[in-house]
Write a protein that binds this ligand. Structure first.
Ligand code: CAA
Length: 474
């Protein structure tokens, strides 16, 4: 019999610093981006794209410290012994080293913090834009299903800093954060369904980051098209495999069996574009929603114009109601943080769980569809059922509260555009190859992992030029 494997718990780490997209930012950027007025740009970012704040890592943070913070939180909240971890896998596109796995750095931070020798832990890093953590999750789950684990838990961490050139259209979708997932048998939170994942890979140029660049190169509008096509392809395979697994006994449309649909969320409006494509596909054979789709199609001059069909579909009451019920709860955290790349699908999951817990909704037994996408490009569609003990996990975490600003009695600190640009533009090595190291911190670190310094030595006795030294500040 197949073992029940899935997500037992999750933990999120978000940097304290943020830029408020409604304040100074649109005033400074509107003329630079050729926008008519700050109000127009503010409207575009907040309504058109869907973001309120952009999380920014402080000087002492990088993708590895964020991952370690998420892992520490996961371990502490779950009460597990770090020695019971089999694999600590990281999915990231913000690698801190061209060779060494970031997971080894993170394991080192955890070893020092917990005073334990964890050398038995496997530590791969998986890189494929925003889908890396999903490939890492799949591997960790399959390892457990195959009975290869000697220890009960694996941890998968998605960690990234989204960075585009200043004054570009990508800039206002930036964000940063890490999401850690605890994977085990008979999980409390989500049981992943085996044997039905749909996968698509296409060799694409929609978004990438050359080795010499700290910022992504993106063909914005094209990247949206590639995203939608890849998700549609993976969904088609997922649907076919679901039906085959049930020997054809599944209903013609799987839509009615899905309670929540989660997407990779580079910016919240993208989830609406994706929902329009997915609904337009799944509603075709769904007895309850096919009439809505056919009615919209009848209004088109050209019945094959998919873009226009989707544009009109989102305006229907049926779309709005379904989106509000099955997708909107998963977008709340993303609006407050921005794009966390590989973690964004799992941030959407956290957001759904948090929203349900705070609003007293029941998730037990509900089916959740995950639509994962990474530029370059690959998509995976898979699903899981919320486990009976999900509330045990949900009541311990309250990220909505964590995201409160200092002004509201919380921990998040607003920075001005000049400070943000200083952090954004910082380089670790000067043009003469001299180590510069991490930038000055805005908020002095307390109770967190920090990038303390970069090694500067190349001598016969010690070679550590560029090595990253991490520490935990009390
Ligand atoms: N008030 C309300 N809405 C407004 C507005 C205003 N004042 N001004 C414009 N809008 C609306 C527009 O009508 C548009 O909405 P519709 O699509 O419904 O028409 C929306 O705001 C966006 O405006 P633009 O079409 O002018 O687009 P833009 O120039 O702002 O660029 C973007 C948007 C392409 C997403 C750009 O931010 C970008 O390149 N982002 C990075 C790439 C990205 O995130 N791609 C997503 C797919 S790839 C992926 O998912 C991987 C990943 O993580 C990067």
């Amino acid at each position: 019999m197949t073992k029940i494997i899935g997500i037992d718990a999750y933990a999120v780490h978000v940097p304290r610093l943020y830029v408020d997209m409604a304040n100074e930012w649109p005033v400074i950027r509107a003329p630079q981006l050729g926008e008519e007025s700050p109000e127009k740009l503010r409207g575009k970012v907040m309504s058109g794209v869907g973001l309120r704040k952009m999380a920014v890592p402080d000087g002492h943070e990088d993708a590895a410290t964020m991952a370690a913070m998420a892992a520490k939180r996961l371990i502490d909240e779950s009460g597990i012994d770090p020695a019971d971890i089999e694999t600590l896998a990281i999915g990231t596109e913000t690698t801190v080293d061209q060779s060494k796995s970031m997971a080894a750095y993170v394991l080192g931070m955890l070893e020092t913090h917990y005073g334990k020798n964890l050398q038995h832990v496997g530590t791969p890093q998986v890189q494929f834009a925003c889908i890396g953590a999903t490939y890492a999750l799949e591997a960790a789950v399959n390892q457990l299903r195959a009975g290869e684990n000697k220890r009960p838990y694996s941890i998968v961490i998605a960690t990234d800093i989204s960075k585009y050139p200043l004054r570009s259209a990508g800039e206002y979708t930036q964000g940063a954060g890490a999401v850690a997932l605890l994977i085990c048998e008979n999980p409390r939170l989500l049981e992943l369904e085996p044997g039905i994942t749909g996968t698509v890979t296409r060799n694409e140029r929609d978004f990438f980051r050359p080795n010499w660049s700290s910022t992504a190169v993106v063909d914005g509008k094209y990247s949206i098209d590639v995203y939608l096509d890849c998700i549609e392809g993976a969904l088609s395979e997922y649907s076919a495999r679901s039906r085959a697994r049930r020997n054809g006994s599944a209903p013609s449309s799987i839509y009615g069996e899905l309670d929540h649909l989660l997407f990779h969320v580079p910016f919240p409006r993208m989830a609406e574009y994706a929902a329009a494509r997915v609904f337009a596909t799944l509603w075709e054979t769904d007895p309850a929603f096919a009439p809505v789709l056919h009615e919209v199609r009848a209004t088109l001059d050209s019945p094959d114009d998919r873009r226009e069909l989707q544009r009109r579909l989102v305006k229907t009451e049926a779309f709005k109601t379904e989106f509000e019920r099955r997708i909107a709860p998963s977008l709340e955290l993303s609006r407050e943080i921005g794009n966390v790349y590989s973690g964004s699908l799992y941030l959407a999951f956290a957001s759904l769980v948090e929203q349900a817990a705070t609003q007293g909704l029941e998730l037990q037994g509900q089916r959740v569809l995950f639509c994962s996408y990474g530029s370059g490009a690959s998509a995976k569609v898979f699903s899981g059922r919320v486990a009976p003990r999900w509330r045990e996990v949900a009541t311990r975490v309250r990220y909505g509260e964590e995201l409160r600003t200092v002004a509201d009695g919380g921990r998040r600190v607003e920075i001005d555009v000049a400070e943000y640009e200083r952090l954004h533009g910082h380089v670790e090595v000067g043009s003469d190859a001299a180590i510069i190291g991490p930038p000055r911190s805005v908020v002095p670190p307390r109770g967190e992992f920090v990038l303390a310094r970069l090694g500067e030595t190349t001598t016969p006795k010690l070679t550590d030029y560029g090595y990253r030294y991490y520490a935990f500040t009390a």
